[in-house]
Ligand binder design. Structure first.
Ligand code: HEC
Length: 137
């Protein structure tokens, strides 16, 4: 019986310990949102798509997760690049976007490797576009 509990203990503690050592400590979308994005995207400051505004997010949903995430990441009008947090990774930023979308009637998920690649592709396109026509959003 005692051995059973010892085994149980190791089964629950070990994987967590190994995980903590190997995985980079990425923030969750909700965490990033609360720390950085909520100031503007909570109240909808300066036309920031407000979390919970299903109408606005339906339009973004139609544009697609990769493009919308890339545009936010690069920055547009009053939206500062990376939400003003230069230390955020693209994956963390994209998680925050997905979290906001889910809170607004969408079903975007935390990005997998394929989605991150698509976002990078849109980022390159966006930067090219802005070089050609900087004034247009
Ligand atoms: C200083 C205010 C501010 C902060 C902080 C901010 N945003 Fe924004 N964001 C905006 C504004 C304003 C817009 C609307 C830009 C426009 O369409 O003119 C916007 C637009 C966006 C868009 C839509 C892009 C598109 O294609 O229309 C995304 C995605 C986004 N923000 C993500 C984020 C994330 C994620 C964070 C936090 C890491 C964040 N923002 C932090 C102000 C902010």
């Amino acid at each position: 019986m005692k051995q059973f509990f010892v085994t149980l203990l190791w089964c629950s503690v070990l994987p967590a310990a190994v995980h903590a050592q190997t995985a980079p400590a990425l923030k969750s979308g909700e965490q990033v949102y609360r720390e950085t994005c909520m100031a503007c995207h909570g109240p909808g400051l300066a036309n920031a798509p407000r979390v919970g505004d299903k109408k606005v997010w339906a339009k973004l949903n139609a544009e697609g997760q990769a493009m919308v995430t890339a545009h936010g990441w690069v920055g547009m009008r009053a939206m500062p690049p990376k939400g003003g947090r230069k230390d955020l990774s693209l994956e963390e930023f994209a998680r925050a976007v997905a979290w906001m979308a889910r809170g607004s009637g969408g079903n975007w998920q935390d990005p997998d490797a394929r989605m991150l690649e698509r976002i990078r592709g849109e980022e390159v396109k966006r930067i090219e576009q802005l070089k050609k026509a900087p004034a247009k959003g």
